[in-house]
Design a protein around this ligand. Structure first.
Ligand SMILES: Cc1cc2nc3c(=O)[nH]c(=O)nc-3n(C[C@H](O)[C@H](O)[C@H](O)COP(=O)(O)O)c2cc1C
Length: 340
């Protein structure tokens, strides 16, 4: 039976063999605190590729040391990071998947040693550090750090780049009025709050002509915060700048409660897809093949991002195929064990 989940997806020069994406998940496994790929990353990502996931997206990978969530995050702030990342992209591709990396800066949610930076000097909560308000010079340096990260990602052989603009990290902190209280041209109006991301996208596309995704928190889960409708507007601007797909998550900009249930973020992906006229990825408590197929067939999103279920089941693609009463090809080496 032909299914939407196992149909190919083309974006620019890259074709994914199916619509399944391994969602970015921090593994905090750079034990030397140098941001360099370790053996754990090689086993972890290559296993999900062997499990027939179409696209493997690496975890939040920091464009500066200060932008790490923890000291053990992956990094891409120096050319010394390229070799390990290249080994990873080679391993993932050898096992049949395409590769993506999520470029990130944690802003006021960084728990690294030393000072931290944000658009405004407002701590996330009483337990987190007080950030320094970024000067325009620091803003410019950080924009260029994303550009350098994109160049290194290109040199490491990634097929797709995603910018992390969600979950209350630095780019999200500029976008949301809850965390951005600036009075210069980077704060205030919707256009001004978008300026930091706009500049990052412009610099990234200067060194990267492959597919570009952006992950957003489409709802701040707060009555004075942003909504999927606001993000549909941002999505149109992003599309005009060359962004191909919005990966639609939500929350974590302020400590507000989130009402989560199976597929709870799918309506947000649907709103941005149709009102923003751009492809979207759906993520969040999507755990089985039928659920994924419903989202794609009803044109609520174009890709399905799976996070925790892929930690439990690296062969989730096969499990989903069984649920959809279809079959998929395994790695050549596994054919004798691949029963449908
Ligand atoms: C261990 C773990 C680490 C995560 N790290 C990231 C990350 O680096 N970047 C990101 O955008 N989201 C991150 N997330 C969020 C996931 O990508 C995903 O959006 C979330 O877990 C909901 O999807 P799920 O219900 O399929 O797990 C993480 C989630 C988990 C469980």
């Amino acid at each position: 039976m032909s299914t939407a989940l196992f149909s190919p997806y083309q974006v620019k020069n890259v074709t994914l063999k199916n619509r399944i994406v391994m969602a970015p998940m921090c593994m905090y496994s750079c034990y030397n605190q140098d941001g360099i790929v370790t053996n754990f990353h090689k086993v972890h990502y290559a296993s999900r590729a062997a499990g027939q996931t179409g696209l493997i997206m690496l975890e939040a990978t920091s464009v500066t040391p200060q932008g790490r969530i923890s000291n053990e995050d992956l990094g891409i702030w120096s050319d010394e990071h390229i070799a390990g990342l290249k080994e990873l992209t080679d391993l993932i591709k050898e096992n049949g998947a395409k590769t993506a990396i999520q470029l990130a800066h944690a802003g006021r949610k960084s728990m690294t040693d030393g000072s931290i930076i944000a658009p405004s000097a407002i701590a996330f909560n009483e337990k987190m550090k007080q950030p320094e308000e970024m000067t325009q010079n620091q803003i410019h340096e950080t924009v260029l750090a994303f550009k350098d990260g994109a160049r290194r990602a290109r040199d490491a052989g990634f097929d797709i780049i995603e910018l992390h603009a969600a979950h209350g990290y630095l780019i999200n902190e500029f976008l949301s009025p809850l965390s951005n209280h600036r009075t210069d041209e980077y704060g205030g109006s919707e256009e001004n709050r978008y300026r930091f991301l706009k500049e990052i996208i412009d610099e990234v596309v200067d060194v990267w002509n492959g597919p570009l995704f952006v992950r957003v928190s489409a709802s701040d889960w707060h009555e004075e915060g942003l909504t999927p409708e606001d993000y549909a507007t941002y999505a149109k601007w992003m599309k005009d700048q060359g962004v191909d797909l919005i990966d639609v998550s939500s929350g974590a900009i302020v400590p507000a409660p989130i009402h989560a249930y199976p597929g709870y973020q799918v309506p947000m992906a649907e709103t941005i897809k149709h009102k923003g006229n751009i492809d979207t990825g759906a993520v969040g408590l999507i755990t089985n093949g039928l659920q994924a197929e419903e989202i794609l067939q009803n044109k609520r999103a174009d890709l399905i991002f799976i996070a925790r279920e892929l930690l439990r089941d690296p062969y989730w693609a096969r499990s989903a195929a069984l649920e959809l009463n279809t079959s998929i090809e395994p790695l050549e080496q596994y054919k004798r064990g691949w029963v449908f």
